[in-house]
Design a protein around this ligand. Sequence first.
Ligand code: HEC
Ligand code: HEC
Ligand code: HEC
Length: 131
Amino acid sequence: MYNKGTIIPGLIIFVGLMLFAVLWDGGEKVEAPKPEKPVGYKECVKPLQYMKESHMELLNVWRDEVIREGKREPIEVGGVMYEKSLQNGCMHCHTSKKKFCDTCHEYASVYPYCWDCHVAPQEDVALKEAR
Ligand code: HEC
Ligand code: HEC
Ligand code: HEC
């Protein structure tokens, strides 16, 4: 036999929980990523919009020029020369993979495999000094 005494309160609790789930906003909003701006530098190697959209293509161009064509000549940004390199170029200014590259990539769910071989900057200052 069904027990009316528990079914009705049970239904009320069930409907209440469903309403709560629907009406409650699910907690935190998803914020757009805020990659860390390099300190002490004003511009990137290319215009900002190009970098936002096409940095992965530029990295491929650099890689091909350096490895396949042997063109290692440095590039100039604001009168200073930088190595055409992921580690020693990009990461010279963008000193944290975690606070820069990863903030966007985690948001976009892309996980470039570059760091399997290329060395990311040390996140830890003590380690940085030891280098
Ligand atoms: C000379 C220092 C320097 C080098 C080298 C450099 N960057 Fe930048 N990068 C900057 C600065 C400064 C900004 C912010 C520019 C601005 O806000 O106008 C920036 C912006 C960016 C952005 C856009 C970030 C955003 O907030 O949307 C990306 C992506 C980026 N850089 C990737 C790279 C990659 C990849 C490399 C190597 C191919 C590289 N950068 C090399 C200084 C540098
Ligand atoms: C402003 C946000 C932002 C920053 C900062 C950023 N990336 Fe990206 N990156 C993206 C997005 C978004 C994609 C995916 C684009 C797509 O799939 O079309 C991407 C894709 C890539 C890819 C291609 C990955 C693939 O699987 O196709 C590489 C390589 C890459 N980023 C390298 C870097 C490196 C190195 C840095 C740090 C120096 C960096 N990115 C910083 C937003 C960013
Ligand atoms: C299997 C190991 C491996 C992986 C994975 C890898 N690279 Fe490389 N990369 C190398 C080696 C080795 C060189 C040659 C270094 C040299 O001769 O200076 C190189 C050189 C480069 C260079 C030019 C020189 C320099 O010091 O940066 C760029 C730019 C580069 N790679 C970008 C990338 C990017 C972007 C990714 C990820 C999409 C990636 N690489 C993934 C091994 C790798």
